[in-house]
Write a protein that binds this ligand. Sequence first.
Ligand SMILES: *[C@@H]1O[C@H](CO)[C@@H](O)[C@H](O)[C@H]1NC(C)=O
Ligand SMILES: *[C@@H]1O[C@H](CO)[C@@H](O)[C@H](O)[C@H]1NC(C)=O
Ligand SMILES: *[C@@H]1O[C@H](CO)[C@@H](O)[C@H](O)[C@H]1NC(C)=O
Ligand SMILES: *[C@@H]1O[C@H](CO)[C@@H](O)[C@H](O)[C@H]1NC(C)=O
Ligand SMILES: *[C@@H]1O[C@H](CO)[C@@H](O)[C@H](O)[C@H]1NC(C)=O
Length: 341
Amino acid sequence: MGWLSRCCYQLVLLQLFLLHFSLTHSKLCSNDQASPLLQFKQLFTDTSNYSARYMEHWKEDTDCCSWNGVTCDDMGKGHVTGLHLSGGYLNGTIPSNATLFLLPYLQVLNLSSNHDLKGSFPEANWSNPLQILDVSFTSFSGRLPDSIGNLKSLTHLDVSCTKFSGRLPDSIGNLKSLTHLDVSCFSFSGRLPDSIGNLKSLTHLDVSASRFLGRLPDSIGNLKSLTHLDVSVSKFSGRLPDSIGNLKSLTHFYVSDTSFSGRLPDSIGNLKSLTHLYVYYTSFSGRLPDSIGNLKSLTQLDLQNCKFIGSVPASIGTNRVEWSERQQSKGVLIYVRACDA
Ligand SMILES: *[C@@H]1O[C@H](CO)[C@@H](O)[C@H](O)[C@H]1NC(C)=O
Ligand SMILES: *[C@@H]1O[C@H](CO)[C@@H](O)[C@H](O)[C@H]1NC(C)=O
Ligand SMILES: *[C@@H]1O[C@H](CO)[C@@H](O)[C@H](O)[C@H]1NC(C)=O
Ligand SMILES: *[C@@H]1O[C@H](CO)[C@@H](O)[C@H](O)[C@H]1NC(C)=O
Ligand SMILES: *[C@@H]1O[C@H](CO)[C@@H](O)[C@H](O)[C@H]1NC(C)=O
C-alpha cells in the first residue's frame, strides 16, 4: 500500500504541476491566432530590407503575443487584438483574401506609412471587430469595397494618401461608431455619398486634397458632433448647403481652395463654436453675411485671394477693414489680402 499511495501522491503532484503550467502559460497564443500572422509574414520576401527584419522573431512555437508589433487581449486569453506595423518599411502585397482579415479578435490594424506596401481590402469575409483601421501613406489600391460598411465597431478609418480610387461606397454610412474619417489626399473621387450624414459620432472629417466634386450633400448638416471639417483643396462646387449652420460643435472649418460659388450661407453665423474659418482662394461671391459677426469664438478668419465684395461686416468688430491688409480686430486675426473689392 505504501508505494501505491506514494505513487498516487506523486500523480496528484504531477497533475497540479501540469495545471499550474497550463494556467501560467495560458497567454500563449493558439495556432489559429498565430497562423494568419505567419502567413502575413510570408507575404514579405524582400529580406534585403527592414520589412523582413521587423518580423524576424515571428516564429512558430513562440508566443505570438510577444512578437514585435503584435498586441493581445488583457485577459490573458492569447487573442491577437492589435497589429501595429506603422512605418515598418513593409514591402509586399497584401491580397484581399489574406487570412489577416479573418483574425476574429483584431481591433487595431495600423499599417500606416509603409509606402511600398500594396494591398486591397476584402470584398466580403471581413470578420475582424476592427476599431482602428489605418492604411494611410501606403500603396493600398482598388476601390473601397462595400464590405467596409460591415465594420460596425470602427471608430477610426484613415485611408488618406493611398492609391485607392473611385467613389466612397454608400455603405460608409453604416459606420455609426466612427469618430475620425480621413479620406484626404488624392485617393477618392466622385460625389460624397449622402449616407455620410449618418455618421452621427464623427468629430473629424477630412475630405481635403481630393478629387471629390459636386455639391457637398445637405446631409452634412446632420454631423452634429463634428469639430473639424476640412473640404479644402478639392473640386467641390455649387453652394455651400445651408445645413452647414447645424454644425454647432464645429471649431475648425477649412473651405479654402475650392470651387464653391454663390454667397456664404447666412447660417454660418450659427456656428458659435467656430474658432478658425479659412475661406482663401475661393470663388464665393457677394458680400460676407452680416451673421459672421455672431461668431464670438472666432480667432482666425482667412479671406485671402477671395472674390467677396464690400467690406468685412461691421458686426465682426470693426467699421471697415481694407481688403488689402491683415487686421487684428477685437482679437480676431483677419487675413484679407487681394480680395476683389
Ligand atoms: C521591394 O521588394 C522588391 C522585390 O521583392 C524589390 O525589387 C524592391 O527594390 C523593394 N523596394 C524597396 C524600396 O526596397
Ligand atoms: C530599403 O528601403 C529603403 C526605404 O524604402 C530604401 O531607401 C532602400 O534603398 C532599401 N534598401 C535596400 C537594400 O533595398
Ligand atoms: C488567395 O487567392 C489566390 C488566388 O487569387 C490563391 O492563390 C491563394 O491561395 C488565396 N489565399 C488564401 C489565403 O486563401
Ligand atoms: C498608427 O500608428 C502611428 C504610429 O504609431 C500613429 O501616429 C497613428 O496615430 C496610428 N493611427 C491611428 C488611427 O491610431
Ligand atoms: C468567403 O469565405 C467563404 C468560406 O471560406 C468562401 O467560400 C468564399 O469564397 C469567400 N468569399 C470571398 C468573396 O472571398
